[in-house]
Every structure is written in C-alpha cells, then in structure tokens.
Write a protein that binds this ligand. Structure first.
Ligand code: COA
Ligand code: MG
Length: 293
C-alpha cells in the first residue's frame, strides 16, 4: 500500500489550488466535489477536476477525488465525469454501510473493465463521520479489497450526534479510537480528521502526534502550510530510527542466545516493543529513508 501521511484537500473547482497542491511534495491530493464546492458549482468542479487529472503534473502525489455521499445520488455523476481521466482513487464521505462500498466497488469494476485497466486498480478511502458509520465500522472495514483506508471525520460526526467540539476532543474520542482499531483489524490505513485552525501549527503538531500515538498512519490537511508539519510527524527522525535499530539488534542477539525477554537501558524489552521498533523502521522505509544501508 502506498504511503499516505498528509492528504491535502482542495475544492475541485479551483484549478489554481490544485496546481499549487500538486507542486508541494504531499503524499496525496484530494480534489473535492463534496462540501468544499457549492451546489451550483458541482458540474464546474467535475469538469475542472477531470481536466486537472489529465493536464496537471502531480509528480509522486496520489490523485484522489472526493465524491458526494452515497445517499444523495450525485456520486455516480461525480465518478461518471472523472473516471475516464483515471484518478488513483476516490474518497467516499459519510459512509454508513458496507453496501455503499460494494455498490461503488461494482461501479468501478465495470469502468475498469471497460477501459481495460486492472480491476481493483482504482483505490477507495472511506470517511467515517456519522453515528451509523461508527456503528457499522466492522462491516465497512471488511467490505471490499480495493478499500485502503478509513478516514475519521470529527466535525461532521459531532454535528450528527449533537456533540459540541472542544479542543480536547473527548466528545469524539470513542469514534476516533474505534476508527483506528477497526482499520487496523482489517489491515487498512487510518487517517485522522483535519485540524481546522489554519494558523496554529503548534496545535496541529500536538494533535498529529496524538494521532500517531493512537496508531493513525496519516492526517487530512486543508492548507499547504499544514503539509510539512503532518508529514514530519509521520516520518521517524534519525534518533527514533537509531533507537529502533539498536533495540532490534539487541533482540536478535538475545534470541540467538535463547532469551525472549531482556533488559535494555533499564527497561524490559519483549515482543510488543520489538514490533513497535519494526513499525518505526517500516514507516521510515515507506517514507523513502535509507534505514538498511
Ligand atoms: N490547496 C492548495 N492550495 C491552497 C489551499 C489548498 N487547500 N489553500 C490555500 N491554498 C493556496 C492559495 O491559493 C494561496 O495561493 P496563492 O496566493 O498563490 O493563490 C496560498 O495557498 C495561501 O492561501 P491563503 O490565502 O492562506 O488561503 P485562502 O484564503 O486562499 O483559502 C481556505 C483558505 C480555507 C478556503 C483554503 O485553504 C481551502 O480551500 N482549503 C481546503 C478546504 C476544503 O477543501 N475543504 C473540504 C474538506 S474538509
Ligand atoms: Mg465533511
């Protein structure tokens, strides 16, 4: 699965922002046809997004399109007008059941067959941001093999359940935990909600570090200035890499000597810490760092 640390949103009818986003070195670009676009601009947004998919050089960035929710039936038009331009994947908002994903999955399989593309090559990312979506997480996470990630949407969820957003976020904490648990149980990536205060980079960094500690693998971004902070948090630094390698070397030596558990720097080390260290190196490799040389 490709690395998705920061996923930058922009309105799909804004060619200037799409071009700016494409030049940033962000892992994923999400051209939005849903709530970032006014109702009377949907046709324009589909056309602008399709043209950008064909014409803009996105470099290494993944090209994603967020369509409208399943319930309001615009998603077929959204995909119908953009799929020929071959995005890498679609982001589905307000997903509430496995049925929705399976309908989209069949639609995309038909399109892939029509164009002669490998079936399953267009990936899906599902946003969980309603009470029903949280309640059906298990089925949603296991719904289709083209599903790569669950994305947590805190703002819409708070609206749906009648909660008031606070800086601490306890009102959405159960859902934020549930999304990462179900994503990981199904072998999917987990992507955290965006941080809406565009000028508070320290706050963004702290919230992103909390997401990382919870097991999240990426976070949505809504402004170019958020990208570097997010990608940095999800990329292990030299010290973390060195510590992980040291722990794994010590583990290998103790295993060879027939010892499963041992002490390193005054702390007990056993399998959970070994897995955590392996996870750090896997994230570093996925970010393109040379940890084995
Ligand atoms: N992607 C790419 N470029 C962006 C961007 C984005 N999300 N947000 C801002 N920019 C660009 C602007 O075009 C501007 O570049 P320019 O001066 O060369 O034109 C530069 O970055 C600075 O932008 P700024 O003036 O600080 O912001 P703004 O007032 O233009 O836009 C928002 C503010 C919030 C409207 C904008 O950041 C945005 O559209 N964010 C995404 C919103 C979205 O998609 N929401 C739906 C999902 S939650
Ligand atoms: Mg939303």
């Amino acid at each position: 699965m490709r690395i998705r640390r920061a996923l930058l949103f922009m309105p799909g009818d804004d060619r200037r922002k799409i071009e700016k986003g494409a030049a940033l070195g962000v892992d994923s670009i999400i051209m939005d046809l849903e709530d970032g676009v006014a109702l009377n601009r949907k046709p324009e947004a589909r056309a602008t997004t399709a043209a950008a998919l064909r014409e803009v050089d996105f470099g290494r960035a993944e090209k994603l399109v967020r369509v409208n929710p399943f319930s309001i039936h615009l998603w077929k038009e959204d995909m119908g007008e953009t799929v020929a331009a071959r995005p890498d994947g679609y982001v589905l908002p307000k997903v509430e059941s496995a049925h929705e994903i399976r309908m989209v999955d069949s639609y995309l399989a038909a399109a892939e067959t029509r164009y002669g593309w490998p079936v399953g090559s267009i990936r899906l990312l599902a946003i969980i941001e309603t009470a029903r979506g949280v309640a059906n997480l298990r089925d949603i996470a296991e719904s289709a093999s083209r599903l790569d990630a669950l994305i947590f949407g805190a703002e819409d969820l708070a609206g749906d359940i009648g909660a008031t957003r606070t800086p601490e976020g306890w009102e959405v904490f159960y859902a934020r935990s549930a999304v990462v648990i179900h994503a990981r149980a199904a072998g999917l990536q987990a992507v955290d909600s965006p941080f809406v205060d565009l000028n508070d980079l320290a706050g963004l960094s702290a919230e992103t570090r909390r997401a990382l500690m919870m097991g999240y693998t990426g976070k949505l971004a809504i402004h170019p200035r958020q990208v570097e902070t997010i990608q940095a948090v999800f990329t292990p630094d030299a010290e973390q890499i060195a510590r992980a390698k040291r722990l794994l070397e010590a583990h290998a030596a103790h295993q060879a000597a027939g010892k499963g558990v041992f002490e390193l720097d005054g702390k007990m080390v056993d399998m959970p810490m070994v897995r955590a260290a392996e996870n750090v190196l896997a994230r570093a490799r996925a970010a393109g760092l040379d940890v084995d040389g």
